[in-house]
Design a protein around this ligand. Structure first.
Ligand code: S3P
Length: 175
């Protein structure tokens, strides 16, 4: 039986916020992958990108994912690019159900508008960057997902409720 709830999706899709609600409601531990990486390296994600580059960040992401994927009864909020390396998804799937939180590019743009912490949003034309990355990543998210929820018009509470409901109908998942 799978016991981990793994949230994937684009930046601003609500992975961390929904993860917090799920963890509180289900009495589980929330693991924020980016936070773990930043703690492990001792600097924020933006500085890792800046000083070491995206490839180095992706390697760290693979290492941390391998450790997190071994846990049980976790709610895992992944970084938006975790799907880019299929090994991450294979590992996260061993003990978990992968839930893809989707949102339209327009909604994502609004949700990340105040963000200064996201290196990939550090560009003069965020709308264009979001659209380009989304087109490229869509097949990665879809291939990784056991289930998908469009969060564009939903509150984070409603998204969390839907996750719980869908997992309740899932015979291979154990709360
Ligand atoms: C990234 C998303 C970020 C973080 C890093 C790269 C991405 O996480 O891992 O900035 O490639 O989409 P969030 O999705 O939590 O913003």
């Amino acid at each position: 039986m799978k016991t981990n709830i793994v949230l994937i999706g684009f930046m601003g899709a609500g992975k961390t916020e929904v993860g917090k609600i799920l963890a509180a409601r289900l009495g589980r531990k929330l693991v924020e992958m980016d936070r773990l990486i930043a703690e492990w390296v001792g600097k924020p994600i933006a500085r890792i990108f800046d000083e070491d580059g995206e490839v180095a960040f992706r390697e760290l992401e693979i290492t941390i994912t391998r450790e997190v994927a071994r846990g049980r009864n976790l709610v895992v909020a992944c970084g938006g690019g975790v799907v880019l390396n299929m090994i991450n998804i294979d590992r996260l799937r061993e003990q978990g159900r992968v839930i893809y939180l989707h949102a339209s590019p327009e909604i994502i743009l609004k949700r990340v508008s105040g963000s200064t912490e996201r290196p990939l949003m550090n560009t003069p034309d965020r709308a264009q960057r979001i659209k380009g990355l989304m087109v490229f990543r869509k097949p990665f998210y879809e291939r990784a997902a056991d289930m998908t929820i469009d969060t564009s018009r939903l509150s984070i509470n409603t998204v969390a409720e839907r996750v719980i409901r869908k997992l309740g109908e899932d015979e291979g998942f154990c709360f």
